[in-house]
Design a protein around this ligand. Structure first.
Ligand code: ADP
Length: 317
C-alpha cells in the first residue's frame, strides 16, 4: 500500500545559469513537475510514494526517472514514449529581473498519457491520490487524470488536489477557471495559492475564499501565502500560521514541500479522522508544513532543497 500516489507532469526546467566564455547564456537542467515534488518531500519524511505520468524515451526522460528513483519514489507507473519528446520549459529573466517561461509542449510527452496507460493497481493501493492542474490543460492527460482520481476515490483513497494555475499553459483565464473548477468536487483536500483562490472563487478574503472552496466538499482547504505562511480551513476550525524566517534564495517547490509534509502528517488517516482533527493538532500540522516550505526556499531547486525531518523539527523549536 502506498501512502501517496501522484499523477501528473514530469518535465525539465531549464533555468538561467550565467554565461560561457563567449558570453552565451547557459541553462541548468532541473527536474520539474509539482506532483513528483510533493512525492519527493513525502518520501524524504518516510512516506511510501509512487508516480504516474509520461516522459519521452530520451535522455531527459531517463534523467527524470533517475531523479525520482533517487528521491525514493516508485516509478512503476512512469511511462516512456518514443512518439513525443520529454516536455521542456525554459525560464528566462527579463531585464527587470522577472521570470518568464517558454514551454516546449505542443505536445510534450506528459500531455500524451492516456487513461489506458494508468496502472489500476496503483489507484487501488494508495491511501492518498494527488493531482494538479498541469495535466488538465489538454487531452488525453486531462481524461487520464480525472478518471484516475475517480477510480482512486472509488477504491477508498483520499483525494488531494493542487489547482496550480500556470497562465501560459491555458488559452484564457476563463477556460482555466472552468477546467480547474470542474475537478474541485473530487477533492478531500484542496491546496491553493492566494491568486488561485481569487481566480476560482472571486473572493479576495481568506475566510470567504476558503469557505467557497470548502463548499465543493473538501474536508480541508489550505491557502499558502508565501512568506506570510498558510491559512487552513478544516471542520474543527480555521487559522493563519506564520512562515519561518529563513534566508530565501529560491522559492521553487516551496508549495510542493508544504503539501508533501502536510500529507505526511495525515498519513493513514481516513476522511472521518481528518474531519475530527482538533484545532491544536491542525496548528501543529500546518506549522510543520510551513517549516518544510520555508526551509525549501533556503536553497536552490525544489527536490535538492527539501529538508529532512530533523531539520523541520529544529526549525519548529
Ligand atoms: P506555492 O509555491 O504553491 O505558490 P508558496 O510560495 O505560498 O506556495 O509557499 C508555500 C509555503 O512555503 C508557504 O506557505 C510558506 O510556509 C513557505 N514559504 C514560501 N515562500 C517563503 C519565503 N519567502 N519565506 C519563508 N517561507 C516561505
Amino acid at each position: 500500500m502506498f501512502d501517496v500516489v501522484a499523477l501528473g507532469e514530469s518535465l525539465i526546467d531549464f533555468t538561467p545559469n550565467g554565461t560561457n566564455e563567449q558570453g552565451m547564456q547557459l541553462f541548468a537542467c532541473n527536474p520539474g513537475g509539482a506532483p513528483a515534488n510533493v512525492l519527493a518531500m513525502n518520501a524524504k519524511l518516510g512516506g511510501r510514494t509512487a508516480f504516474i505520468g509520461m516522459v519521452g524515451d530520451d535522455a531527459f526522460g531517463a534523467f527524470l526517472q533517475k531523479t525520482m528513483e533517487e528521491a525514493g519514489i516508485d516509478v512503476q507507473g512512469l511511462r516512456k514514449t518514443r512518439d513525443y519528446p520529454t516536455t521542456l520549459a525554459f525560464v528566462q529573466l527579463t531585464p527587470e529581473g522577472d521570470r518568464s517561461f517558454s514551454f516546449y509542449r505542443k505536445p510534450g510527452a506528459d500531455v500524451m498519457l492516456t487513461a489506458a496507460e494508468v496502472d489500476p493497481a496503483l489507484l487501488q493501493n494508495c491511501r492518498v491520490f494527488h493531482f494538479g492542474s498541469v495535466s488538465l490543460t489538454d487531452e488525453p492527460s486531462r481524461t487520464a487524470t480525472l478518471e484516475a482520481a475517480r477510480a482512486a476515490k472509488r477504491a477508498g483513497a483520499l483525494i488531494s488536489y493542487d489547482p496550480n494555475y500556470r497562465p501560459l499553459l491555458w488559452d484564457s483565464p476563463a477556460h482555466a477557471k472552468e477546467e480547474l473548477s470542474a475537478a474541485l468536487p473530487l477533492a478531500d483536500l484542496i491546496k491553493v495559492s492566494e491568486e488561485e483562490m481569487v481566480l476560482l472563487t472571486g473572493e479576495t478574503q481568506l475566510e470567504a475564499g476558503a469557505a467557497a472552496l470548502s463548499a465543493h466538499g473538501a474536508a480541508l482547504v489550505l491557502v499558502t501565502l508565501g512568506p506570510k505562511g498558510a491559512y487552513y480551513r478544516a471542520q474543527t476550525g480555521s487559522g493563519l500560521l506564520p512562515a519561518f524566517d529563513v534566508d530565501t534564495v529560491d522559492t521553487t517547490g516551496a508549495g510542493d514541500a508544504f503539501l508533501g509534509a502536510l500529507l505526511f502528517c495525515l498519513s493513514g488517516k481516513t476522511r472521518a479522522e481528518i474531519e475530527a482533527v482538533s484545532q491544536a493538532d491542525w496548528q501543529r500540522i500546518v506549522a510543520f508544513a510551513n517549516a518544510a516550505g520555508s526551509l525549501t526556499t533556503a536553497a536552490k531547486g525544489a527536490i535538492p532543497a527539501m529538508p529532512t525531518h530533523e531539520q523541520i523539527d529544529a526549525c519548529l523549536l
